[in-house]
Design a protein around this ligand. Sequence first.
Ligand SMILES: NC(=O)c1ccc[n+]([C@@H]2O[C@H](COP(=O)([O-])OP(=O)(O)OC[C@H]3O[C@@H](n4cnc5c(N)ncnc54)[C@H](OP(=O)(O)O)[C@@H]3O)[C@@H](O)[C@H]2O)c1
Length: 338
Amino acid sequence: MRQILFPKAGPPESMRVVEKPDPEPGPGEVRVRTTAAGINFADISARMGMYQDAPPFPCVIGYEVSGTIDAVGEGVDGLSVGQAVVAMTRFGGYSDTVVVPVLQAVPVPDGLDLQAAAGLPVTYLTAWLMLMHLGHVGEGDTVLVHSAGGGVGLSALQICKWRGARVIGTASSGKHARLREMGLDHAIDYRNQDFEAEVKRITDGEGVDIVLDAVGGDSFKKSYRCLTDFGRLFLFGVSSFNPGLTRSIFAALKGIAQTPRFHPFNLMNDNKGVHGVNLGHLWHRLDVMRPMFDRIVELAAAGVLSPVIDATFSFDEAPAAHHYIQARKNFGKVLLTP
Ligand SMILES: NC(=O)c1ccc[n+]([C@@H]2O[C@H](COP(=O)([O-])OP(=O)(O)OC[C@H]3O[C@@H](n4cnc5c(N)ncnc54)[C@H](OP(=O)(O)O)[C@@H]3O)[C@@H](O)[C@H]2O)c1
């Protein structure tokens, strides 16, 4: 099989394609020949040595693939050779062949493009967990989505619109027109506008019911101040800690220094909630996550949710794919194809 290896922390050019023997599926596992692998921001952080959950270098990362099953292990029920699936991979997704436990592979129904399905797991599960499972988003809610033009941002936008919520999004200005086409109610150019002041202006001083914030640092503080009564702030990333192509200790330290501490008394008196989310720490809760994943795939096949695939790069072009994301050019998902 062919894999994209990260030999050590470094810039995109440090990645290289290597050949390895094909893995064999063990009991309860299936082997998938990859059609496409999704890239996530966590992969960028891992490449730079800034992702504490990543395996040690040298490593092959990647959280999601779509493809076709070509071998099944002992005792596998319900999945068979030749079946198209989308799978969550606990690393190793940047690979033309993966082996996963059956619980992590969901059949791709007719009507859902197999390649595009690779863009479903991480971003939709993250958005679903925050908005549906924990946030109970619904009609009448106003939601502030940071980085609305990214993978999680667009997934969140689709879920919010489906549930009848109003969405305010922050994004680079070049993404605003496309975001509005996709139903975004208000776009904020966070580079040139103070998002907190804009949210207050747009909501007539009321604030919003839910904020999804993976920018981190000072943004967490301001997002909290954007909440109205009963508001819920979801913290799920710190992309501002990684401004360049290689690790920046200065940016990380600055971000940590700006990170707020939420005092229980203030939370009580404000009637607001702050919730952390890390999908990568939920592998032991597939009992909760798998039904969500099934529902997401079902809604995608029905056309209610629709992964926005911005660009597809071959394995050999993986460095260019990382550059593309780090230059903030992506609108939605970027995929790798073997
Ligand atoms: N906790 C979890 O379980 C979990 C799961 C998935 C993702 N996440 C986090 O959610 C965030 C978004 O992930 P994603 O996969 O949706 O990312 P993505 O598709 O790469 O999009 C990220 C967007 O964020 C903006 N951005 C802000 N700071 C950036 C930076 N330093 N470098 C590049 N882009 C930056 C860019 O939009 P603009 O051009 O509009 O600024 C970019 O398009 C990341 O922080 C990621 O770590 C967390």
